[in-house]
Design a protein around this ligand. Structure first.
Ligand code: SF4
Length: 250
């Protein structure tokens, strides 16, 4: 969609304080329509083969890139793709598979413990409720939301660092914690977009609305976005724009 599309809602000139009114419903719907146009069927960029390997991959991805996790899990999941097989593999061999991932010692312990709990308390099957998922060692609310959304098709919104930032820049939600942003997004995102909302916002944050230098000149949401200052276009022969000083919390 071109950037000069007429504005469906009033654009605010100044950033709102937390708790201030957010974008209007027409603007919110327009944002998600444009993100959907760009990626109609978004999926996680983590590789997995079943709900169990998804739980493991998401648990391993904390403070690590999806690429680094995928490199490690390719061989791991070929060797062990069920809780039983993981336990048979043992913690030492698991560590060998994932030692290129940050915090691998703690993550290996958690993966062994969650595999044990899945076998002992859930018959080896990944549960489909947030409460049950969050009982698994190393599984927090964000991981549970990713698993519910990706593996079980539930319209949950998992708030990671990209979604935390993008939601506030776009005035979709404001808050000091991921839970507050999740609550705000759940209130404002239209039902028809909820299933993929977190994927769209995550991809937008990862590739366009990046933390240090958002790619505003190539952003399809630029006319809807109240964030200031925007990154100026690159002019040939002129120095590349420096990272912006973001407003606090954004
Ligand atoms: S215009 Fe810039 S700040 Fe706003 S959403 Fe797009 S990339 Fe992010």
């Amino acid at each position: 969609m071109p950037h000069d599309t007429p504005l469906p809602a009033k654009i605010k000139k100044k950033p709102p304080a937390p708790g201030s009114p957010l974008l209007g419903p027409d603007a919110v719907a327009e944002i998600f329509r444009r993100l959907r146009d760009r990626t109609p069927h978004p999926r996680t960029e983590l590789n997995y083969t079943n709900p169990f390997t998804l739980v493991v991959a998401v648990a391993l991805s904390a403070q690590a890139t999806d690429i680094s996790v995928n490199k490690a899990t390719e061989a791991l999941f070929a060797a062990a793709d069920t809780p039983q097989k993981l336990l048979e593999l043992g913690e030492e061999k698991l560590r060998d598979y994932i030692k290129t991932i940050g915090l691998y010692n703690a993550k290996a312990r958690n993966v062994m413990a969650l595999s044990k709990m899945l076998l002992e308390q859930f018959g080896g099957v990944v549960p489909q409720t947030r409460e049950e998922l969050m009982r698994l060692p190393g599984v927090g609310r964000k991981t549970a939301n990713v698993v519910l959304n990706e593996a079980f098709g539930q319209p949950t919104i998992a708030v990671d660092t990209h979604i935390f930032r993008v939601s506030q820049r776009l005035d979709l939600a404001h808050g000091k914690t991921p839970d507050e942003i999740e609550g705000g997004l759940n209130r404002i995102v239209p039902e028809e977009f909820k299933q993929h909302a977190h994927h769209w916002l995550l991809l937008h944050g990862r590739y366009i609305c990046k933390a240090r230098v958002p790619d505003c000149p190539n952003c399809r949401l630029v006319d809807l976005c109240p964030y200031q200052p925007k990154t100026p276009p690159v002019v040939p022969g002129v120095a590349t724009p420096k990272p912006l000083k973001s407003r606090a919390g954004r």
